[in-house]
Design a protein around this ligand. Structure first.
Ligand SMILES: [Fe+2]
Ligand SMILES: [Fe+2]
Length: 232
């Protein structure tokens, strides 16, 4: 029995079955900023077969149920716990990884930039992303997340309008980061390393691709689960 159908929203599918994120990423389907679209629409945009993707998801989902695989169900987290989880895993990861990737993108540019001029673009895009994300993470940690926690405690907050405006602003910033990631993916030809790449080059692309994945999952938790609760 099929569990999901093509009218289900891609963000909701990932909320229920997190491993679907990897399937969507393989097809370049945006499930975090564009999580509100039905699978049929999201697949159409990428000119891929929604039924085929759905089939793949449902098969894996059924197998995971049969094998009793456990997935962390973030929809069941309280908003406070979800915020703490986001900060302690995804934010922590970015704060640790971003300076390292600045050094690495600089190093491969210096060593291989002559033969691979696209590394200039990679460096520029990466630094744009880092700058965007640093301001964004700070805004969440210092302003919006404390507001959200306080709102939950008070049940009805006077500051709700401010908070909703803040949330819309964060969603726009997610979109900006998502667009830079798209450009990075195309500048690196889907993170394909050239034949003459050194181990540092390989590691840098691997880390950049890991960062993309982590950011998508991070934005998914915020846009499709956390922020939605306050907007309803
Ligand atoms: Fe965040
Ligand atoms: Fe965010």
């Amino acid at each position: 029995m099929a569990k999901f159908n093509i009218n289900d929203k891609v963000g909701d599918i990932v909320s229920i079955y997190p491993a679907a994120a990897d399937i969507f990423m393989a097809y370049n389907i945006d499930f975090c900023c564009g999580g509100d679209r039905p699978l049929e629409v999201a697949a159409q945009e990428k000119a891929v077969d929604a039924v085929k993707i759905l089939d793949e998801i449902n098969k894996k989902y059924e197998a995971s149920i049969n094998e009793k695989q456990d997935y962390e169900d973030y929809t069941k987290y309280s908003s406070k716990d979800l915020i703490d989880h986001i900060v302690n895993t995804h934010h922590k990861y970015l704060w640790e990884e971003m300076p390292t990737l600045s050094k690495l993108t600089q190093r491969i540019l210096a060593a291989h930039g002559d033969n691979h001029p696209e590394l200039n673009k990679v460096k520029t895009l990466y630094e744009d992303l880092r700058k965007e994300l640093e301001a964004h993470l700070k805004k969440e940690e210092d302003i919006l997340f404390p507001l959200m926690k306080a709102y939950e405690d008070a049940e009805e907050g006077k500051a709700k309008d401010d908070m909703l405006e803040g949330i819309r602003n964060l969603q726009d910033e997610h979109e900006t980061a998502g667009n830079i990631l798209k450009e990075l993916r195309s500048a690196t030809d889907d993170y394909k390393v050239p034949d003459d790449a050194c181990p540092t080059y390989v590691m840098t692309y691997k880390k950049l691709e890991e960062m993309e994945r982590d950011i998508f999952l991070h934005i998914h938790l915020e846009n499709n689960i956390l922020f939605k609760r306050y907007e309803e």
